[in-house]
Design a protein around this ligand. Structure first.
Ligand SMILES: Nc1nc2c(c(=O)[nH]1)N[C@H]1C(S)=C(S)[C@@H](COP(=O)(O)O)O[C@H]1N2
Ligand SMILES: [Mo]
Length: 424
C-alpha cells in the first residue's frame, strides 16, 4: 500500500467517524474534501484549515517516511551533510564506523577491557551486528524535541541494548553513569553530549524497552540525517538523549548529569509528556453548522486515557484563576482505532518481534505508550461569534494536560488554542 493510499485510509477513518456522527455533507464536507485533495496531491503539505504556524501538522501516516522526519541537529557543517569521502574518513559510514568505550579520566570507573582505537579494540559495525544476531530489539517510539511543540517523527527503532556493549568492557566498580557523544567536526565547542544513570542502562524499569545502539529505523539502515550509521535511542526520553553519529561512550563515577542540554536550562531527567494537538481544525465556520476536528496525541510515560476538546466563546472573559483551562466545557473526542496497515514499513508489516506487538503484528495495547495516537470529534454548531478551540489529554493517572508537569523546560505540554470565527 502506498503512502497516498494510507492517507486516503486515514482520511476514510476520520470520514467514517464524521459520517456516523451524521455531519458529513454539512460544514465538514468541504473541510474533508480539501484534506483529501491535499493528501492526494502532496502528502507532505499541510491540509487547508490547519493553522499555518503548526509546523509539521498534516494528515500523516502512523510511521513517518524518512523524508518527512524533521531535523534539528546542530553542527557546522551538520555531520550528515559532509561529502561521502569525508564521512568515510571520520567513520560515519557502516564500513568505517568505530565506537570507543572507556573510563572517564576525571572520575574513573574500573573497567578491565576498555575498547579504544589506540589498542585496536574499538567496536566496529560488523561486531555490533554480530551482537544484534542474539540481542537485537525493536520498538515503536516518537522522537520529540523537548523544546519544540510537535514531534519530529514516529518510527520503529532497532538496535542492540547498550548494556551488551558495556558488559564487553568488563566493568567492576565505581560505575554510576554513562555519558556519550558523537562526531562533532573535531571541534570541542560543537560536542553534543548526553548521559544516563547506569541503572537505567542495565535494566528496564516499568516495562520500558532497553536503551539501544540503533542502526535501523522502520526496517531500513539508519540514514545519515537520522544519525547513522549508529545513534543512541532512549525510549522514554526527549530527543536530546538520543545522540546521533555516536562515536564515544564514557563510563564514569560522576554522580550527576552532564548533558549539553542541561547547560541550556532544560530539565534533563524529564520523560516524554502526554499532550494533544490538532491536525485539521476550522478557523472559520457558519453558525449552527457542526465543526469537525481531528488531531494527534503524544502518548508519554503517563499513558493516554482520552483526548478532550472544548469550544468557548471569546465574548465572555476566562476566569482569572484558571491557567490550565480546567473550567472550559471539555467533551471527549474519539480515539481512532489501530491502523490496518503500516505502509511506511517494508511490505506494510510490522517487523517480527517488535516490542509492544503480538506475533500477528497487532499492537498489544492501544494507544501504545511513547508513540502517537489520532483522534476526531464533531462539535455541535454554535451561534455567530469568535471562539477558542482547545484540546487536551487526560493521562492514565487522571491528570489533565498540562499537569502533572506543566513546566515548559520539562517538555512541551501547553494547551493549544485556535481562534474560530463563526459567521451568520
Ligand atoms: N550528535 C548529535 N545528536 C543529537 C543532536 C545533535 O545536535 N547532535 N540533537 C539532539 C536533539 S536536541 C534532538 S531533539 C534529536 C532529534 O533527532 P532527529 O534529528 O532524528 O529527529 O537528536 C538529538 N541528537
Ligand atoms: Mo531537541
Amino acid at each position: 500500500m502506498s503512502h497516498q493510499d494510507f492517507l486516503a485510509q486515514h482520511t476514510a477513518l476520520t470520514r467514517r467517524y464524521f459520517l456516523q456522527a451524521g455531519v458529513l455533507g454539512l460544514a465538514t464536507a468541504p473541510l474533508l474534501a480539501s484534506a483529501v485533495a491535499n493528501a492526494g496531491e502532496d502528502p507532505a503539505a499541510p491540509p487547508k484549515h490547519v493553522k499555518p504556524d503548526k509546523g509539521g501538522a498534516k494528515l500523516e501516516p502512523y510511521f513517518t517516511p524518512s523524508e518527512d522526519f524533521r531535523d534539528v541537529s546542530r553542527g557546522k557543517p551538520q555531520p550528515h551533510s559532509l561529502p561521502d569521502e569525508k564521512k568515510r574518513e571520520v567513520g560515519l559510514t557502516r564500513e568505517t564506523w568505530q565506537l570507543e568505550v572507556f573510563s572517564d579520566p576525571d572520575k574513573p570507573a574500573k573497567l578491565l577491557k576498555p575498547m579504544t582505537k589506540a589498542k585496536g579494540t574499538a567496536l566496529d559495525f560488523a561486531s555490533l551486528l554480530k551482537l544484534g544476531e542474539t540481542h537485537a530489539v525493536r520498538f515503536p517510539k516518537v522522537m520529540t524535541c523537548l523544546n519544540l511543540g510537535c514531534p519530529l517523527g514516529m518510527g520503529i527503532w532497532e538496535g542492540v541494548p547498550l548494556r551488551e556493549v558495556i558488559w564487553l568492557t568488563q566493568p567492576k566498580d565505581n560505575l554510576r553513569r554513562v555519558f556519550y557523544y558523537g562526531y562533532h567536526n573535531d571541534d570541542p565547542q560543537q560536542m553534543f553530549r548526553s548521559s544516563l544513570p547506569i541503572g537505567r542502562v542495565l535494566e528496564d524499569p516499568a516495562d520500558l524497552p532497553p536503551v539501544i545502539l540503533c542502526y535501523k529505523l522502520n526496517g531500513e539502515w539508519l540514514d545519515s540525517e537520522r544519525g547513522g550509521p549508529v545513534r543512541l535511542v532512549v525510549p522514554e526520553a526527549y530527543g536530546f538523549k538520543s545522540i546521533k553519529w555516536l562515536t564515544h561512550l564514557v563510563l564514569t563515577n560522576l554522580a550527576h548529569a552532564n548533558d549539553t542540554y542541561a547547560e541550556q536550562n532544560n530539565d534533563v531527567d524529564s520523560p516524554l509528556k502526554t499532550f494533544a494537538a490538532t491536525l485539521v481544525a476550522p478557523t472559520t465556520a457558519k453558525a449552527n453548522e457542526p465543526l469537525a476536528v481531528s488531531g494527534y496525541a503524544q502518548v508519554g510515560m503517563a499513558g493516554l486515557a482520552k483526548v478532550q476538546v472544548s469550544l468557548e466563546s471569546n465574548a465572555t472573559p476566562r476566569p482569572e484563576q484558571d491557567p490550565w483551562f480546567t473550567t472550559a466545557p471539555w467533551v471527549d473526542a474519539e480515539l481512532l482505532p489501530v491502523p490496518k496497515q503500516w505502509p511506511v514499513l517494508g511490505n506494510g508489516q510490522v517487523p517480527p518481534a517488535t516490542l509492544g506487538f503480538d506475533a500477528a503484528g497487532v499492537p498489544q495495547s492501544w494507544p501504545m505508550r511513547l508513540t502517537k495516537a489520532h483522534w476526531a470529534i464533531v462539535l455541535p454548531g454554535v451561534a455567530a461569534g469568535e471562539y477558542s478551540l482547545r484540546c487536551r489529554t487526560i493521562d492514565l493517572q487522571g491528570h489533565a494536560q498540562p499537569l502533572p508537569r506543566p513546566f515548559q523546560k520539562s517538555g512541551h505540554a501547553a494547551i493549544e488554542s485556535i481562534v474560530v470565527k463563526v459567521t451568520a
